[in-house]
Design a protein around this ligand. Structure first.
Ligand code: 5GP
Ligand code: SF4
Ligand code: MG
Length: 465
């Protein structure tokens, strides 16, 4: 998911709509905005679909007046039960002591079921099935005398990954969990303060990047300035390494590193680790593009757009009928036949999850007359589900959970298949010594199976680590 908030401009919701549009890659399912105006109180709008289709008209934005607003773009993660209902779309707003608060959450709470049971027993009335709503109820029950302190109280009970943007009538609040699994940055435009999942959304409103919110930090922005607190027990940060590989936009800066440059470095590592004689390096667009460029630069094999992506295909277009769904990737990706025919092709993609995409792409490339197909993957085999806010299927459905690299190569029937090593990935994100095995510098649980926070709810449901 993506979160964004602004305080200190007359029409904060306009800025939030633009920010969410720049974060759309973090969630396409739904979006929402909450604002506060002294004369009009809290207002919200929550819709399915793209930001540009819902939040660009004056008809909607005019219903969200005021100098402080927050927003969320949603993508359902493994914790959610079934298809999203509009009541599960964030931000959540709750009226309680001191006027209440609204909140937008990126991440996943790993003890949400346990918290929810306890809160319901004590009388809380839940409006949604979302894990994030627990935080509002915990805040409402806290006895602290100001809302940021209530939020600290609440979050000390919450386990898992959270980057949160929240608001009261007069404050914009940002928090990251102690491990800092998901990103969150602070920006400034004129006299206004901005919080955003990624720096690319600061650029769209002309805000300057001030700094990252630190792991375990809570920041409070008001008309007077920014206050910082560290309410949690300090821990060694474990930022999500997959943000660098896939999730974040390539024009964002994460931990002081350009995401694009990291992806290019991953491609270079891959070319050094798993070279292969071939005629062309082609990305699987768009997620494989920077790594393919790096692979080409390092290997000297020409880069070519052997697969073209239709920019107008969204999820909604893929969904309507069974027949269209079966056409699968063909709707989104097409082979550039003239380039591919009689060539030995290296295909670079960011990850193999179920393997369905790779399999179909290989068929399309062979249909177009390629002589050989070699897959190079910009992440290690995804063998474990993520419980911290990235949507991966159950372990059984992950190709790498049940197959070795050779078995996957045979299953996909390609000439070769190689994944970047975990150490190679760490080198590409700037850890020149590779992964510190006793104390890894990042979260890499989906590759290593080493979960930095025990996924309590999942363990209760029988998940075996
Ligand atoms: P597969 O077909 O192997 O299940 O999916 C692999 C493709 O899904 C890759 O091309 C990658 O870009 C994309 N992908 C990787 N992680 C995610 C994710 O968390 N969500 C979505 N929607 N796509 C992903
Ligand atoms: Fe990121 Fe993977 Fe960790 Fe999830 S399990 S937070 S995707 S590194
Ligand atoms: Mg992809």
């Amino acid at each position: 998911c993506g979160v964004f908030g602004v305080i200190g401009v007359p029409d904060a919701s306009t800025f939030v709509a633009l920010g969410l549009h720049a974060l759309q890659h973090r969630g396409q399912e739904a979006g929402g905005i909450v604002s506060y105006h002294p004369d009009h109180g809290f207002n919200n709008a929550r819709r399915f679909g793209y930001v540009r289709d819902n939040f660009t008209s004056a008809k909607v934005i005019d219903t969200l007046p005021g100098p402080v607003a927050i927003g969320h773009v949603r993508y359902a993660t493994s914790g959610s039960r079934g298809p999203t209902a509009i009541r599960d779309v964030q931000p959540f707003f709750g009226e309680f002591a001191m006027g209440g608060a609204a909140l937008a959450h990126n991440g996943n709470i790993t003890n949400a079921n346990a918290l929810r049971r306890e809160l319901i027993e004590r009388g809380s009335i839940f409006q949604s099935s979302s894990d994030s709503e627990c935080i509002i109820h915990l805040m409402a029950r806290s006895l602290q005398r100001d809302i940021p302190s209530r939020m600290e109280d609440a979050l000390r009970r919450v386990e898992g990954a959270f980057s949160i943007v929240a608001m009261t009538r007069t404050k914009l609040i940002g928090v990251r969990d102690p491990l800092g699994v998901r990103p969150l940055v602070l920006g400034r435009v004129g006299d206004a303060w901005v919080l955003s999942s990624e720096t690319c959304a600061l650029d769209i409103i002309g805000a300057e990047f001030v700094r990252e919110v630190e792991p375990g930090e809570l920041v409070i922005a008001t008309a007077k300035g920014v206050e910082s607190r560290f309410p949690f027990r300090r821990a060694k940060p474990r930022f999500c390494i997959f943000e660098h590989v896939y999730f974040s936009r390539p024009d964002s800066i994460l931990g002081g590193r350009s995401v694009y440059e990291t992806r290019e470095a991953i491609g270079r590592e891959l070319a050094r680790e798993s070279p292969v004689d071939a005629d062309l390096v082609c990305p699987v667009p768009d997620s494989g593009t920077p790594a393919a460029i790096g692979f080409s630069l390092e290997s000297g094999i020409p880069y070519a757009m052997g697969i073209i992506r239709n920019q107008y295909v969204g999820r909604t277009f893929i969904e309507p009928t069974e027949q269209i769904r079966n056409m699968g990737v063909r709707l989104k990706l097409n082979v550039n036949r003239a380039l591919i025919k009689d060539k030995r092709v290296i295909l670079v993609d960011d990850s193999v999850v179920r393997g369905t995409t790779s399999r179909k792409i290989k068929e399309m490339i062979l249909d177009a007359g390629a002589k050989e197909v070699h897959f190079r993957i910009a992440s290690p085999p995804t063998a474990w589900p993520c419980f911290y806010g990235v949507d991966t299927p159950q372990r059984e459905k992950l190709l790498a959970a049940t197959m070795s690299e050779e078995e996957m190569r045979d299953h996909l029937s390609v000439d070769s298949l190689k994944f970047i090593s975990l150490d190679g990935l760490y080198r590409a994100v700037g850890e020149t010594q590779g992964r510190n095995a006793t104390c890894p510098q990042y979260c890499d649980a989906c590759f290593s199976g080493e979960y930095p926070v025990a996924p309590k709810d999942m363990l209760d449901q029988g998940f075996e680590m």
